[in-house]
Design a protein around this ligand. Structure first.
Ligand code: GLU
Ligand code: ZN
Length: 281
């Protein structure tokens, strides 16, 4: 059975791009008589606003979607810590105390997920017993440890795992309230939730290489992926309310018909100025 999910972060209201993403995941599940899950990714402590989860549910209902709730990430912190300890025990993680400013000062190469960590602490690790540190994965060493891997995107076919393009990503953040990074928590949750088809935007295509690597290191099953095009401004920028694209809640409260909107999105009829983009950013 197909199990898909929509996994929004409650940092701001949902917009049309989220609606497109949720509908895509929902319809992939329904076409296969499968299950569609809603997982609230609320571990970005400083920015998460828990009241948004109810707004999201009202938005999805307004779009005519039905779903099953799975536990939000904030209730799963112990599992993330346990997995992080297991990874540390492999010797493939190293502590890092670099700030973003430290990293930017080295004029780092930009990768598909942001600046590529220049590797300072891989050679000069700080003492984690004396200060707060993040833990990064030595991605080259991890790839060496697991050997060649592939993963399946249902649109683009088999991909060779090449996680090194992103540099050494953070898996455990310095901030203790929210111990694990998106990469680690989402990978663990997709396995725990029994997701068989991870449906999300092209902006996370490159992140999937990291997730595939983590699955191999942690002995997790590997689902398939479906990376859909992103709904963006016609100048290629992601939609966000601050750029003037009304959020779903705004549209809903203004009396717009959510079922008609959902039908339009399915048909590829988008409001003026919005287009689908294939880009990986
Ligand atoms: N929480 C992530 C976001 O809102 C989505 C993660 C995912 O679909 O894997 O961007
Ligand atoms: Zn560092």
């Amino acid at each position: 059975m197909i199990v898909t999910r929509f996994a929004p972060s409650p940092n701001g209201s949902l917009h049309l791009g989220h609606a497109y993403s949720a509908i895509t995941a929902h319809d992939c599940a329904r076409m296969g008589d499968g299950r569609f899950l809603l997982r609230i990714e609320d571990i970005d402590g400083s920015r998460s606003r828990s009241e948004l989860a109810d707004e999201f549910r009202a938005d999805l209902q307004w779009l005519g979607l039905s779903w099953e709730d799975v536990p939000p990430q904030s209730t799963r912190l112990a599992r993330y810590s346990e997995a992080a300890e297991r990874l540390k025990a492999t010797g493939l993680l190293y502590p890092c105390n670099c700030t973003r400013a430290d990293i930017m000062a080295t004029d780092p190469e930009m990768g598909p997920l942001g600046p590529i960590y220049p590797g300072h602490c891989r050679h000069n690790p700080p003492d984690p017993t004396r200060q707060k540190v993040a833990w990064r994965m030595d991605v080259a060493a991890a790839m060496e440890a697991v050997g060649p891997l592939t993963w399946i995107d249902e649109r683009f076919g088999e991909q060779r795992m090449s996680a090194d393009l992103m540099g050494d990503v953070v898996l455990v953040r310095k901030d203790c309230d929210t111990p694990s990074s998106y990469h680690l928590s989402a990978t663990l949750d997709d396995a725990a939730d029994g997701v068989t088809l991870v449906t999300r935007g092209m902006d996370l295509f490159m992140a999937t290489h990291i997730h595939r690597l983590l699955q191999a290191l942690l002995g997790l099953p590997s689902p398939h992926w479906y990376h859909h095009d992103l709904l963006v401004d016609d100048d290629g920028r992601k939609l966000a309310k601050r750029r003037g694209s009304p959020s779903l809640v705004d549209r809903r409260l203004a009396g717009q018909d959510g079922l008609i909107l959902a039908a339009d999105l399915r048909a590829g009829t988008f409001p003026a100025g919005l287009v689908l983009s294939h880009s990986l950013e």
